[in-house]
Write a protein that binds this ligand. Structure first.
Ligand SMILES: O=P(O)(O)O[C@H]1O[C@H](CO)[C@@H](O)[C@H]1O
Ligand SMILES: O=c1cc[nH]c(=O)[nH]1
Length: 290
């Protein structure tokens, strides 16, 4: 059995894992990811009981329960690179024996739900609505650093690359499906569903122009126009592709839910983004705890 060295799996003196400062007992079967550390308490406000709370850097965690169902809610901060840290460390807490530094024989599969914010790319998906990502489309490149055979939707990727004339000097966009059983639990007629695109930045990588021009100012239009059967790219944010990709590789079940706070096609922004997020928190917790 392979032993994982101290430079690769870093354990703090108190026995917690390096960045997120958690121990195995802090990982509930259902994990909620939020970007903003202040959103952790907004989720936990709905818990009947709170058992633990901690924070290191942008990674704030509260463990609690609703009707005896246990949740760990953790802030991931901004961006796909942070998901690489949080998801690998959470997986290590359940699937690696921290004492022997060996991978366990019996692996645990977690339910992972992102409660995030995002920009809509479609005129008919307005601000303050909710979008569930059936697929994550990664412009970020993180999944290309892993052995990723069998998890990508290659046909769909090729159709998008042909449609958009995606620049060769960027990393190849990759597409990974969510967990359909968890999707069924979370979907309803009240919300939109489609491909959630993930960018490695908020401005240029999402086609926003302030002082700097972008390499291809038609890219958002091409993303908006892409159709594959019934599927289209609904929204853009900065985490979903890596959540879906790493969850598939590690055997976890993930779905990403986003409150639409900006409409990029209409150039509009929510008048009350906090109310939109609160609405998504209530919707998601209700579905997960019923
Ligand atoms: O509100 P959160 O969950 O952080 O999500 C979105 O907001 C951040 C950018 O403002 C990115 O993390 C993006 O994905
Ligand atoms: O447009 C948006 C809105 C929220 N988060 C993003 O990453 N993009």
């Amino acid at each position: 059995m392979r032993t994982i060295g101290p430079s690769e799996l870093i354990i703090n003196p108190d026995g917690s894992i390096y960045h997120i400062n958690l121990k195995p007992e802090h990982i509930a079967p259902t994990i909620i990811f939020v970007g903003d550390q202040d959103r952790v308490e907004k989720v936990a406000r709905h818990f009947d009981h709170i058992e633990f709370s901690t924070q290191k850097r942008e990674f704030k965690t509260i463990v609690g329960s609703i009707k005896n169902k246990r949740f760990t809610v953790i802030s991931t901060g901004i961006g796909p690179d942070n998901i690489d840290i949080v998801l690998n460390e959470i997986d290590a807490l359940v699937n690696i024996d921290l004492k022997s530094r060996e991978i366990k024989n019996q692996l645990t599969s977690l339910e992972i739900v992102r409660i995030g914010t995002s920009g809509s790319l479609q005129h008919d998906i307005p601000v303050d609505s909710i979008v569930l990502g059936k697929y994550g489309m990664g412009f970020d490149g993180v999944l290309h650093f892993y052995q990723n055979q069998g998890i990508f939707e290659t046909k769909l990727e090729n159709a998008f690359i042909d449609h958009s004339g995606y620049p060769k000097e960027r990393s190849r966009p990759y597409i990974v499906k969510n967990n359909p059983i968890l999707e069924e639990k979370l979907l309803s007629e009240q919300i939109f569903a489609g491909i959630t695109a993930t960018a490695g930045g908020f401005y240029g990588p999402q086609g926003r122009v302030l002082r700097l021009s972008v390499q291809d100012n038609l890219m958002n239009k091409k993303i908006e126009n892409f159709k594959h059967g019934q599927l289209r790219i609904t929204n853009m944010e900065m985490e979903t592709s890596v959540i879906y990709g790493l969850s598939r590789l590690l055997g976890h079940r993930a779905v990403s839910m986003n409150a639409i706070i900006a409409n990029r096609a209409d150039l509009t922004f929510s008048k009350d983004p906090y109310a939109a997020v609160e609405n998504l928190i209530r919707y998601t917790l209700d579905k997960l705890s019923s």
